[in-house]
Ligand binder design. Structure first.
Ligand code: NAI
Length: 247
């Protein structure tokens, strides 16, 4: 099916895997990135080699002004005659910290990127879906939203729990327009996010703990996301799917 597919945070990890897996003729990829232009270009090259068309879009999704600019660029790049699918994936974690160590600055940034940013990107995308051709949304949450992550990342967990709730509410709001809204909760997935959060050893130390006995790959998460966006999931909305090896 021809479509425009907007992926935020597409330069690495789960977002990059979604882009590479979706890439095919008829797929018009809008690959958003924050700072990693090189990573985004590498993903774009792979996607074009598989027959997709690609537009790169840059914005800090922790900044509402930049998201407004991103929305205008999306409007220009997306063909109004095609459905728009959104993978709302960009996100951050921070250093392991307990309550006493959380600063207002850290909390503000965490929620600006993971929660406010995701909601504003969805708002911009839905405005384009309403030009006529409709669309679908998958938000990327985390199993942290269920676990709370006490003593580690309660702020990250809370920012993702908000995404679970947003998914349910937005699904209700948009169902009558045929726009399905779902989310995935990845568990321990092999990406750089652990190192970015100051724990490069995280997968080595606890990657074996899910019942399936190993961490997940980015492709395993991408498969579920792309299925949720597909017509095969046409009766699935308002659902949050764990992709977490059983935990
Ligand atoms: P990643 O660090 O490779 O991907 C995150 C992407 O978001 C990067 O491309 C990054 O550039 C982008 N990003 C972050 N802040 C941004 C900002 N302010 N503006 C623009 N772009 C920004 O890591 P990963 O693991 O692929 O993360 C993707 C999503 O999956 C995130 O939302 C993360 O919270 C979630 N997740 C990951 C898990 C894991 O174990 N890897 C587990 C649960 C959830």
């Amino acid at each position: 099916m021809d479509r425009t597919l907007l992926i935020t945070g597409a330069s690495s990890g789960i977002g990059a895997a979604c882009a590479r897996l979706a890439a095919a003729p008829g797929q018009h990829l809008l690959l958003h990135y924050g700072r990693n232009r090189e990573g985004a270009e590498a993903v774009a090259k792979d996607a074009r080699a598989k027959g997709a068309t690609v537009t790169l879009l840059q914005a800090d999704v922790g900044d509402a002004t930049e998201i407004a600019r991103l929305g205008a660029e999306m409007a220009e790049a997306a063909d109004p005659a095609l459905p728009l699918h959104l993978i709302n994936n960009a996100g951050i974690v921070d250093q392991r910290a307990s309550l006493a160590d959380l600063t207002a600055e850290r909390l503000t940034r965490m929620f600006a990127v993971n929660t406010v940013g995701a909601i504003l990107v969805a708002q911009a995308a839905v405005a384009l879906m309403r030009r006529g051709a409709g669309g679908q949304i998958v938000n990327v949450s985390s199993t942290a939203a269920r676990k709370g992550m006490g003593g580690e990342y309660v702020d990250y967990a809370a920012s993702k729990a908000a995404i679970d709730c947003f998914t349910i509410g937005l699904a209700d709001e948009l169902a009558a327009e045929g726009i399905r809204v779902n989310a995935v909760r990845p568990g321990l997935i092999e990406t750089e996010i652990h190192a970015k959060g100051g724990q490069p050893e995280r997968l080595d130390s606890i990657g074996h703990t899910p019942p399936l006995g190993r961490p997940g790959s980015t492709e395993e998460v991408a498969e579920v996301i792309l299925w949720l966006l597909s017509d095969s999931a046409s009766y699935v909305t308002r659902t949050v799917v764990d992709v977490a090896g059983g935990r």
